[in-house]
Write a protein that binds this ligand. Structure first.
Ligand SMILES: [Zn+2]
Length: 207
C-alpha cells in the first residue's frame, strides 16, 4: 500500500522541520492591500514564546501599525492629494512619527507602543479636524518648498492636537460612564428577574 505523502512543515521561528507532536499554531494579523488578514504561523512548542519575546507584543504592535497606516494614507490622499503608488517624503514621515513620540523628529526612537506623545488615532482625528485649514493654507500660502509646506501643515496640526486629544478622552470617559450605567441597570433588574412559577424559581432572560 502506498504511504500517505505528508507535507513537510517548518517552524516560523527557527526554520527547522516541525513534527506534529511538537507543533503549535498562532494567528497573526498580516497587512495586505485589502486590509488586515489573519495568517496562521506554525512554531515548535518552545519556539513560539521565544518569537513573541523577541518581537514584543505582536497584537498591540499590529493595531498601532494599522493606525499608522491610516494616518499615512489620509495624509497621502486627503491632505497631499497624491496618487496611489506615490510615497510620502522622509521629512513628512519623520514629522508625523515625531508627533507620536512627542519630538520634532523621532531620533532613532521606537515609534510603536510607547506611552509618550500622541497616539496615531489622535493624530488621524486631528488631521481630519484640521483638513479645512490645511486646504486653505495650501491654496493661499506661498511655500518655499515641500518641507516648508509640511512644516506649515504640522504647525496647524500641533495647534489642534491637544484639543482633539482632550475631546477624545472626554468621549471615552462618557462612553465608560454609559457602559457602567448599563451594567448597574442589569444588576438592579436581575433581582426582579426571578419569578415564582409553579414551585420553583425560574430565571427570566433579559433581552
Ligand atoms: Zn522552532
Amino acid at each position: 500500500m502506498a504511504e500517505k505523502i505528508k507535507r513537510r512543515q517548518f517552524c516560523y521561528y527557527c526554520s527547522k522541520e516541525l513534527d506534529e507532536k511538537d507543533l503549535v499554531m498562532k494567528k497573526f494579523p498580516l497587512h495586505t492591500k485589502k486590509g488586515i488578514r489573519m495568517y496562521t504561523r506554525k512554531f515548535h512548542y518552545d519556539c513560539l514564546p521565544k518569537y513573541i519575546a523577541e518581537n514584543g507584543n505582536v497584537e498591540s504592535r499590529a493595531a498601532e501599525t494599522s493606525d499608522w497606516d491610516k494616518v499615512y494614507k489620509y495624509f497621502m490622499f486627503e491632505i497631499m492629494h497624491l496618487d496611489a503608488g506615490a510615497k510620502l517624503s522622509p521629512h513628512t514621515i519623520e514629522r508625523l512619527q515625531g508627533l507620536r513620540v512627542g519630538q520634532y523628529k523621532p531620533h532613532a526612537t521606537n515609534t510603536r507602543t510607547i506611552k509618550r506623545g500622541y497616539s496615531f488615532a489622535v493624530i488621524l482625528n486631528t488631521l481630519k479636524y484640521s483638513k479645512r485649514a490645511i486646504d486653505y493654507a495650501m491654496e493661499h500660502v506661498h511655500f518655499e518648498n515641500d518641507d516648508h509646506m509640511i512644516d506649515y501643515i504640522m504647525k496647524i496640526v500641533q495647534n489642534n492636537i491637544n484639543f482633539i486629544q482632550r475631546r477624545m478622552k472626554d468621549l471615552e470617559r462618557q462612553r465608560e460612564k454609559v457602559e457602567k450605567l448599563k451594567k448597574e441597570e442589569v444588576t438592579t433588574n436581575r433581582g426582579a428577574t426571578y419569578k415564582r412559577k409553579g414551585t420553583g424559581r425560574r430565571k427570566v432572560v433579559l433581552s
